[in-house]
Design a protein around this ligand. Sequence first.
Ligand SMILES: N[C@@H](CCC[C@H](N)C(=O)O)C(=O)O
Length: 260
Amino acid sequence: MRFAKGHGTGNDFVIVPDVDGALDLSPERVARLCDRRQGIGGDGLLRVVRTAKHPDAADQVGETEWFMDYFNADGSYAEMCGNGVRVFVRYLLDAGLADGPEIPVATRAGIRRARVEGENVTVDMGAPRLLGPSVATLGGVAYPGIGVDMGNPHLVCATDALDALDLTEAPGYDRTLYPTGVNVEFTEGARMRVYERGVGETDSCGTGACAVAVVALRGAAGSTPVRVPGGLLTVTLDGETCWLSGPAVIVASGELAEGF
Ligand SMILES: N[C@@H](CCC[C@H](N)C(=O)O)C(=O)O
C-alpha cells in the first residue's frame, strides 16, 4: 500500500491514495496507521478517492473528481478538516492527479474550493454558523466560550494564560449541545491552542482557526492572522464565506510494509 505524509502548520496527515475506493480502512486500521510509535503517525488520515467510487460523495459526482475521505487519528470520521483539504490539494498536485491553481475537493461537508499560490493553499471554507454561548471545563476551571460550526463543531474560549493550560486532558463540554463531540479552541489575543475531537492537542486546526477568527471579528468582514503552535494561518471573512490560508507541504512518500 502506497502512502504519503504531509502537514499544514504542523497538523499532520497520513495520505492514502485509494482512487477506486478498494481499500478496507476500518477505524482500527486508521488508528494503527496514525499511531506515532507503532505506525506512520498523524493527527488524521486522508484517503484520496474518486467521488464516483465513494458512497459519501455520491451527490458531488460531476462537480469534482476527488473526495477527501477524512478520519481522525482514533479512526473516527469528521465532516471537515481545513488543514486536511489544504494538504489534500497539495498531494493532488504533487501526484499529478489534478492541475492547479484552482482545485475543488468533495468532502462530507460539501465542496471546498482551493487555490494554490506557491507554498500557500487557500480554501473557501464556506459560511460559518454561530452556535451560541457554551462552556468548556479544564482542570476544574470553567471557560465560557462561543460555539461555531465550520462544517464540524467548535467551541472557542478565551483565556489569559494560554501557555499554562494542560491540554493532555480532554476539556469537558455540554454533551446536549455537542452530542457528537466538539473541538475546543483556547485563545489569547491572536494565538490559539486546540484540543481536537478524536485526536487530542494538535499543533494546528484549520477549521478551528476559522472559528477563532469568526469570534474575534464578531462575524464582520475582515482578515486576521491566527498563530497556532505549528505556524501561522490567515483567515478572511467577506460577509458570505470564510477563507483559510497557509502553507501545506508533502514531506515523504513510501510503501507500507507487507502485513502491516
Ligand atoms: N485538524 C482539522 C480538524 C479535524 C477534524 C476534527 N478533529 C473533528 O473531529 O471535527 C482542521 O484542520 O480543520
